[in-house]
Design a protein around this ligand. Structure first.
Ligand SMILES: [Zn+2]
Ligand SMILES: [Zn+2]
Length: 246
């Protein structure tokens, strides 16, 4: 299986998960042109994408999804709740519904939605031994129980708590980000990997905040807290991060 991170951050998210028969995109939160250009740099094409899965209806996860779905005739998989929030932005699309309680199949791949905790209905996904969990204010029981089974994870490492608390964001925004419906801090992410990532060989830390984090601080936190030998990468907010085979 190959994981390609096309974009990760509060300015856009898009990840491609491929095995020899299937190609699944998770979120499409950049413009069509940007996603096409970045895929091309990896020698990949939207033509081969079988499905786009949406984690939730925020703009940084869906902005390119409707256009890509129409242009390439790709079905968009989402929950009813996400559809009702996003339908105006997505436009006319082929929608496939799933519910967070139930796994479903695309080609031969089993997709397991995993509840996350955000200020809107949201989920992550487990495909094979890879899990993607971003946009969650806390580690949910579902994330906690699946983590020890995973070999690779893309996990949110959104902010450094001190930078956020001492930064310029208005109080209501700080409060939301720090809440159980907000975003995971660097400490949250690294502690989760250390305590529950017993089989992990790859950790991709993503959805970094522009104002309340730096790649250096996220890296230092990971190296201080994670005592296992795990390949890891801090995903770029600004450019294509690359591909990893798992
Ligand atoms: Zn987001
Ligand atoms: Zn979000």
């Amino acid at each position: 299986m190959e994981i390609s991170v096309i974009a990760s951050g509060s300015n856009g998210n898009c990840c491609l998960v491929e095995d020899k028969d299937s190609s699944i995109m998770i979120d499409a939160g950049k413009s069509m042109l940007e996603i096409e250009t970045r895929l091309n740099k990896l020698g990949k094409s939207m033509e081969n994408v079988d499905a786009i899965l949406l984690t939730h209806a925020h703009q940084d996860h869906i902005s390119g999804a409707g256009v890509l779905s129409r242009r390439y005739n790709i079905p968009l998989y989402m929950t009813n709740e996400v559809f009702s929030k996003a339908r105006n932005k997505l436009g006319n699309i082929t929608m496939k519904k799933f519910s967070v309680e139930n796994s479903f199949k695309i080609n031969n791949l089993s997709i397991k939605p995993i509840s996350t905790s955000h200020n809107t209905s949201s989920c992550g996904f487990v495909i094979g031994k890879f899990g993607l969990f971003t946009d969650t204010g806390k580690i949910t029981p579902q994330m906690n129980s699946i983590m020890p089974k995973l070999n690779a994870v893309l996990l949110e490492s959104n902010h450094d708590v001190d930078m956020l608390v001492n930064g310029r964001y208005p109080a209501f925004l700080k409060k939301w980000i720090l809440s159980d419906q907000g975003h995971l801090s660097n400490e949250h992410a690294s502690n989760f990997i250390q305590t529950r990532g017993k089989k992990l060989s790859l950790a991709l830390l993503g959805h970094l905040s522009e104002n309340n984090n730096t790649p250096q601080i996220a890296r230092r936190t990971f190296e201080n807290l994670v005592k296992r030998k795990i390949e890891y990468s801090i995903l770029s907010r600004d450019q294509l991060s690359g591909s990893w085979k798992i």
